[in-house]
Design a protein around this ligand. Structure first.
Ligand SMILES: [Fe+2]
Ligand SMILES: [Fe+2]
Length: 184
């Protein structure tokens, strides 16, 4: 597995300053949550750091990568191409020696997915609560994150679904399936 230092250097070079800082913030928050929920800290930090590694790839290049690597994308991802960085990033993280569990955490970090494990939930929550994030209701979600990872995941899902409804944007069914699972 690649070291945090090496991945951090590569991400600093690849991403804008803002997204680099977001990636480091997500790594830090992932570490705090990993300690809280007994997940391997190093694994959580590496995954948090790399989760947006494909976020700034231009669309044309992203589509090419998907084709070349035979990555399956669905109708909603075709229409909302901002979602593509999750699957591309998951695939790219193989070069760092990331395990399937780590790849899945990256894959599920934008839409959510009913198959998410604790690591995936930690990355999902860390992405939305890291120190550089600021939106209405974040303090409540940060508090929930330290109390119950499932409830924090649910609160973020609700927040995102509401946002998408207001924007008249598509809602990915995997997020709905995760929400139903967390509620039942
Ligand atoms: Fe992302
Ligand atoms: Fe992110």
């Amino acid at each position: 597995m690649e070291s945090i230092e090496n991945i951090q250097a590569e991400i600093k070079e690849k991403l804008s300053e803002k997204r680099y800082l977001h990636s480091v913030g997500t790594m830090k928050m992932a570490r705090i949550l990993a300690q809280k929920y007994n997940v391997n800290e190093n694994i959580a930090m590496l995954t948090g750091l790399a989760h947006d590694m494909a976020k700034e790839i231009p669309l044309e290049q992203a589509m090419e990568y998907i084709k070349e690597n035979k990555i399956d994308i669905d109708e909603i991802e075709k229409q909302n191409t901002a979602l593509l960085h999750a699957k591309i990033g998951a695939h790219m993280s193989k070069k760092y020696g990331f395990t399937e569990q780590m790849q899945n955490a990256i894959k599920y970090h934008t839409t959510g997915n009913p198959q998410m494990d604790d690591l995936a939930k930690i990355i999902y929550v860390a992405d939305k609560t890291e120190e550089n994030r600021n939106y209405e209701g974040i303090e409540e979600i940060r508090q929930l994150a330290m109390q119950n990872i499932n409830e924090a995941t649910l609160a973020i899902l609700d927040h995102d679904i509401e946002k998408n409804i207001k924007k008249k944007a598509l809602i990915h069914p995997d997020g709905i399936l995760l929400r139903n699972k967390l509620l039942s």
